[in-house]
Design a protein. Structure first.
Length: 218
């Protein structure tokens, strides 16, 4: 292996990111992470989690609109992403997530079958992957990926979940950060540096305030 390849492997930081394409807040955080890749030496690895799975034992307690969102329709995006991953490799996950989120959130199309089909075309993936939207073929893989992410942070949170290096190279995971609009450039770098800073603090768990704005898509 060339010397420069070893150096890149040693210095590149890996961040793992769990998302449900339905969540606008996860979408905002994911756009920040893509900005961080431009200004810091990091590599983001993308994984699905499922709000439908997270809330399946308490659907009766949720508002009707949210129950509908997390019902059978709520499975469709994560099923299609997981099918794409299983059949075409991990490298397609981030690309398909970007295509889905752009249609769901930025373009306001919502998580319709038409939007999912359009996202597959945008990501240069086979159109027949849409057939997995209402099939349970890879539900075990969806649940397994969800479990890995949620086990790192606990059941009291949602999406996104990010996992970053801690003080001694150990893994530290958080829900969030929740931010709008997605920071860019130096602002993205500062938030990333702060995330690593709190991750390196033993016993750090939470910073939070009430949201006063909704997601700002740009």
């Amino acid at each position: 292996m060339p010397e420069n390849a070893r150096t890149e492997t040693q210095t590149t930081t890996t961040a793992d990111f769990w998302f449900d394409p339905l969540c606008p807040w996860a979408w905002m955080t994911s756009r920040w992470m893509l900005e961080v890749e431009k200004v810091r030496d990091i590599e983001v690895r993308w994984h699905v989690m499922s709000l439908a799975v997270l809330n399946e034992d308490k659907l009766d307690e949720l508002p009707e609109q949210y129950r509908e969102l997390l019902g059978p329709k709520g499975w469709r995006p994560v099923r299609v992403v997981t099918a794409a991953q299983q059949l075409h490799g991990d490298e397609v996950v981030g690309k398909l997530y970007t295509a889905l989120g752009t249609r769901f959130h930025n373009k306001g199309e919502g998580s319709t079958l038409e939007a999912i089909a359009g996202a597959l075309a945008d990501a240069d993936l086979p159109a027949d992957l849409i057939e997995y939207a209402d099939k349970d073929t890879y539900d075990a893989e969806v649940r397994a990926s969800h479990k890995v992410g949620i086990d790192k942070v606990g059941q009291e949170v949602g999406t996104p979940v990010i996992s970053v290096p801690g003080a001694n190279g150990d893994e530290v995971a958080f829900f969030g950060p929740v931010v709008t609009p997605a920071p860019k450039g130096d602002a993205a770098a500062r938030l990333w540096d702060g995330t690593l800073l709190v991750a390196s603090t033993p016993g750090f768990y939470e910073i939070k305030r009430t949201r006063t704005e909704g997601p700002i898509f740009d």
